[in-house]
Design a protein around this ligand. Sequence first.
Ligand code: PEP
Ligand code: MN
Length: 342
Amino acid sequence: MIIIMKPQASEQSIRTVTGYIKDNGLQVHLSKGEEVTIIGIVGDKTKLSTDNLIFFKDVDRIVPVTESYKLANKKFHPEPTTVKAGNTSIGPGRLTIMAGPCAVETRDQLMCIAENVKKAGATILRGGAYKPRTSPYSFQGLETEGLKYMQEAKAATGLSTICEVVSLEAIEAAVKYVDMIQIGARNMQNFILLKEAGQSGLPVLLKRGLCATIDEWLNAAEYIIAEGNPNVVLCERGIRTFETATRNTLDLSAVPVLRQRTHLPIIVDPSHSTGSYKYVAPMAKAAIACDADGLMIEVHNDPAHALSDGPQSLTFEKFTRLTEELAPFCQLMGRSFMAEEK
Ligand code: PEP
Ligand code: MN
């Protein structure tokens, strides 16, 4: 439930309402807009007698929030959120590109990729150090060594960094070396991990689960925010359908649906969703056209010999061409493109 205060409601009236809610054992989420203040109530509302709240001074109206996610809900927080990762922002008015290899393989490989994706306009370097692979015999990642290379690449290029985490141990290591953590599709409903990510203090990129509904995804985001970490970015990376021509089916309609439901930034991953470098460019453009705040794209110096996800990785040349082609799409959508700001 949210309480919408009258325009020009006094600080005292707001304090009286929030105090009443807290005295009833519930949490308050305050959103102060230019015109009105919205007071969100989080917790077991059966504890609260809401009938009399409407009679409190300066209360305009009370709106029930039927969705189970509250802090991620646009009704609680109508203004779009901008999330900061290192020295990069993800949110309205800009297009943020995260690019890099699926997995950090060697120091030289990562440094070379970092320099090239930066030149092409990426502002966040991605690189997996913990790889949740379908087969236990596939390359599992360099772990802490990979994170250290990410830190080195950041120092050399100034790029912000993101790495997937799969355990509490990985989170504890990531906090020391990278700017943002990623919860992958396979862990979207690993609720213990979500809570730990919420406590990490780092911004979190939350990928959509392979078979997750938008409602389940937003509830997963809620787990992170409920731990006191509001810096969550959602990433649509394709869902499982009957179609086999692409690795997954990129659900671009999730972007406008999420826009209606949440204030969190939304990015699109055209690499994991399509599974083929051939489809990355068209879907990246489509993602901007439907108002995504950013892209996550896999780029490799030698895709044919990549230790993971080579078929969907772009070469430097293809990635550079793509970012050049994205500029007019960004302009059309009123987003500044980092490559042009340099
Ligand atoms: C990744 O980004 O490397 C990855 C494993 O993605 P997803 O969780 O979307 O499969
Ligand atoms: Mn990958």
